[in-house]
Ligand binder design. Structure first.
Ligand SMILES: Nc1ncnc2c1ncn2[C@@H]1O[C@H](COP(=O)(O)OP(=O)(O)O)[C@@H](O)[C@H]1O
Ligand SMILES: [Mg+2]
Length: 369
């Protein structure tokens, strides 16, 4: 259904950002490789910019395999580079070994970055300043979805059901640990899921079944953020929808994650390959449509554009559909749900990328004229 083509006569200069400072650095490198492998060189002139774990930006001519395995960082041809906020540049500045500065025009950016300092509105803010169109959500929706407490509050305000939850800052938790534990016990019951408000890929998340475990879980979460989200445990199927575009947004029906461990951990998601995905999820036709409808509503409610993956639980027994979170730049690895769901609904990766790039250009016109 998505058939827009870029003119082959004028390849678009697309900058692919990958890596980044977050705990999802490695996943981002693999996601970026998927983009690179599925973009027609006749249509796109690809400019690859890697961000190291300590935040250096390097122009690189690495292959997707070198991006994925990390060896890209050592390539002799890499050059320090920066996206210029100066709109006259409309692109990147390269610092050559000879000490010169070169400008590189960029038509559109694919920020294939997951987690903090990439998927959270920061890079999106830089690109807004630079006036360069980019794939995915804008500053606000990216920031909202990165913060699980703010996202939960917006879901509640928009009538998107979520499990019972609460959030406290480090200062609050330190000032009144006993009072907060009692309040959580009363509001959520055991077990309690404990999450850093801003994190991703299950890093810093744990499940606490008693007061001692709760204290450890809070400590772990506070290592990752100064704000902690607490949720009641949902015994349910984990299902996810791929959503694309805006006004109107289109959602696929959900696929299902079969977690390998007790819950869906970082290692399951990206390393062990023990999680399996089922498309569509094992739900009735009505339930599939209900989740799909909630996905488009939740995405629209928090102002997503471009793409996002909306994750839900369908509670065992009651069948209640509860939103878990929205990922504004979901994984694009070979086992990732977003591209699989889109492919299942008839949009293979190369066409999906064409569509995402086209949406980025349309968004820039709609926002800035
Ligand atoms: N309230 C909950 N009840 C049951 N399982 C949960 C709950 N919240 C999270 N999980 C489990 O933990 C995983 C990671 O939590 P999530 O909020 O999605 O964080 P992340 O941003 O790291 O993906 C989920 O995929 C799910 O398996
Ligand atoms: Mg998740």
């Amino acid at each position: 259904m998505y058939s827009e083509e870029n003119s082959a006569a004028h390849p678009l200069c697309v900058a692919l950002l990958f890596g980044g400072l977050s705990s999802e650095h490695e996943v981002s490198r693999v996601s970026a490789g998927t983009f690179a492998d599925n973009m027609d060189p006749e249509k796109y002139e690809l400019i690859k910019i890697g961000i190291t774990k300590d935040g250096r930006w390097l122009y690189t001519e690495a292959s997707s395999a070198q991006m994925a395995d990390g060896s890209w960082e050592e390539l002799p041809g890499n050059m320090p580079c920066a996206i210029s906020p100066d709109r006259a540049d409309h692109g990147a500045i390269l610092f050559t070994p000879a000490g010169h500065v070169e400008k590189l025009h960029i038509d559109v950016v694919i920020p294939a970055l997951h987690g903090l300092w990439g998927e959270d509105g920061t890079v999106q803010g830089l690109l807004e300043l630079a006036g360069i169109p980019y794939v995915g959500c804008g500053v606000l929706a990216s920031a909202v979805c990165m913060d699980k407490a703010v996202a939960n509050a917006l879901f509640a305000a928009n009538g998107i059901p979520h499990c019972a939850w609460a959030a406290y800052t480090r200062a609050q938790l330190e000032a009144d640990p006993d009072g907060i534990r009692a309040a959580l016990e009363e509001k959520l019951g055991w077990p309690i899921f404990v999450k850093p408000a801003n994190a991703g890929s299950s890093v810093g998340i744990s499940k606490a079944s008693n007061a001692a475990e709760l204290a450890d879980a809070i400590k772990l979460a506070l290592e990752n953020d100064r704000k902690v989200v607490f949720e009641s445990f949902v015994d349910g199927q984990e299902v996810e929808c791929a959503v694309i575009g805006s006004e109107p947004a289109f959602s696929t029906r959900p696929g299902e994650i079969l977690a390998g461990a007790e819950f869906y951990t970082y290692d399951d998601k990206y390393k062990n390959g023990v999680s399996e995905t089922l498309i569509p999820a094992r739900l009735s036709e009505e339930k599939l449509d209900e989740v799909k409808d909630y996905a488009a509503r939740a995405y629209t409610a928090v102002g997503c554009e471009g793409l996002a993956r909306c994750d839900f639980f369908v509670e065992r027994g009651t069948g209640r559909v509860l939103i878990n979170e929205i990922n504004t730049f979901p994984g694009f690895t070979s086992i990732s749900m977003y591209p699989k769901l889109m492919e299942h609904e008839g949009t293979p990766l190369p066409q999906l990328i064409d569509r995402l790039v086209a949406l980025a250009m349309e968004r820039a016109v709609a926002h800035h004229g």
